[in-house]
Design a protein around this ligand. Sequence first.
Ligand SMILES: [Fe+2]
Ligand SMILES: [Fe+2]
Length: 253
Amino acid sequence: MNDTMTLSQRADALEQKMSDELDYIVIKSRLYSTADADMSPAPNAGAIMAANPRARVLMGDDPRLPEMPAKPTLADFFHYRFGPAAHLLQSARHAVKGGLSEKMVLACLLHDISTIGFIRGDHGYWGAQLVEPYVDEEVTWAIRAHQVLRFYPDESVGYEYPASYVKTFGADYRPDAYIEEDYKRMRDHKWYMSGRMITVHDIYSFDPTVEVELEEFTDIIGRNFRQPKEGLGFDNSPVAHMWRAMIRPAKYL
Ligand SMILES: [Fe+2]
Ligand SMILES: [Fe+2]
């Protein structure tokens, strides 16, 4: 493509190239575009189909992604959709060594699944919602709380504001008001220490040489995560569509 093309000519050329090469059309959700600071309209599926009558928008599986089983389990999401999970696996092993209960080890294992599989911002809230129908209420609460408590020190358990946050957010960063409000609510809650334990076992500078396999936690998952028999995404739960969004992230409608 040459430099004298306008942005829209360039987009048209890209769409043309795409439709020449593929018989499917990828139209991203608005969230992906705005995350790229792209405020332009979505590609025009009708125009692409006019140029390539074979082309169809994606309504089924995405051929670019690993195929998932018809009834996917939590482990399938770790294997076929989530990004690297070393941080979660090391946190969970750390929790085992720290003598935490099985359900809290599970909470540590799952605390950042939204970061590695779904949406980063407010990941504790998203992650808690994703697992809510399948785990003990305390696990959901703790995953949601880690989002907030991570910003606040607790000397009683030796938790300090992470040095890495000073570096990554800047020394003058202050949590948003809704985080502050949640902190006030959470610090007096009966499960405060469960949420706090996730932050204690949240390994901020994990060791890249230590390898932990998900299989180390198969039994803990089996006993503490109610895997739906229909598969995650197909059990008619209030969050099934969120799991389906990870299975088919570019589904047209
Ligand atoms: Fe987190
Ligand atoms: Fe974490």
